[in-house]
Design a protein around this ligand. Structure first.
Ligand code: SF4
Length: 191
């Protein structure tokens, strides 16, 4: 088959490639496959997980020039075998949203607006508040009848994890909880 310049441009346009191939006599299946191949041309592929709920459905993502261009269910993933619910299927929209928060936000006391701060500023504010809370609420011992026992804890700090945390992160969460002196380490599947 020879391709005219006009038809070649139609194929290269990508979005209309499927139609162009169909025009050239390929079947719908072949046309769809060719469209997919053009859409993913030059991309890097990696696997990830849907961030919406505790099912943790696997996804395949494609990135070109640092931009996410495609996101779909991972057919090799043991949980979803390529299927996604409507939320997962629409996840790319949250990635592309101009309203997506990409940096720590801070609202100063008395202020009516949030402002973006650096991660270093956020870490410092968090560390200071955790230290102040721990110092102010520290319980070193508890009395039980005539006996006084060391307990070394605070009841004012809790850690909350979510379904997207890895085993390694959960291990570190728990370790940090012990170091801070709290046993309130909880899980919320939809975080
Ligand atoms: S695709 Fe749907 S079911 Fe799967 S993790 Fe995402 S929200 Fe949950």
């Amino acid at each position: 088959m020879t391709l005219s310049r006009r038809n070649w441009l139609k194929i290269a346009a990508g979005g209309t490639a499927g139609l162009a191939l169909a025009d050239l006599g390929f079947g719908p299946g072949e046309a769809r496959a060719a469209t997919g191949a053009l859409k993913l041309k030059g991309t890097k592929e990696f696997t990830t997980a849907c961030n919406f709920c505790s099912c943790g459905c696997g996804m395949v993502a494609h990135v070109r020039d640092g931009q996410l261009v495609n996101l779909e269910g991972d057919p090799d993933h043991a949980i979803n075998f390529g299927a996604l619910c409507t939320k997962g299927a629409a996840m790319k929209a949250t990635h592309d949203s101009p309203r997506r928060v990409k940096a720590p936000m801070y609202r100063a006391p008395g202020s009516d607006r949030w402002e973006e701060i650096s991660w270093e500023q956020a870490y410092e504010k968090l560390a200071r508040k955790i230290k102040a809370t721990r110092d102010a609420t520290w319980t070193a011992t508890e009395q039980d009848g005539d006996q006084e026992y060391p307990v070394n804890r605070t009841d004012a700090i809790a850690l909350l994890g979510g379904a997207q945390n890895t085993n390694e992160e959960c291990y570190l969460f728990n370790k940090m909880g012990r170091l801070l002196g709290t046993s309130y380490v909880e899980h919320q599947a939809r975080l």
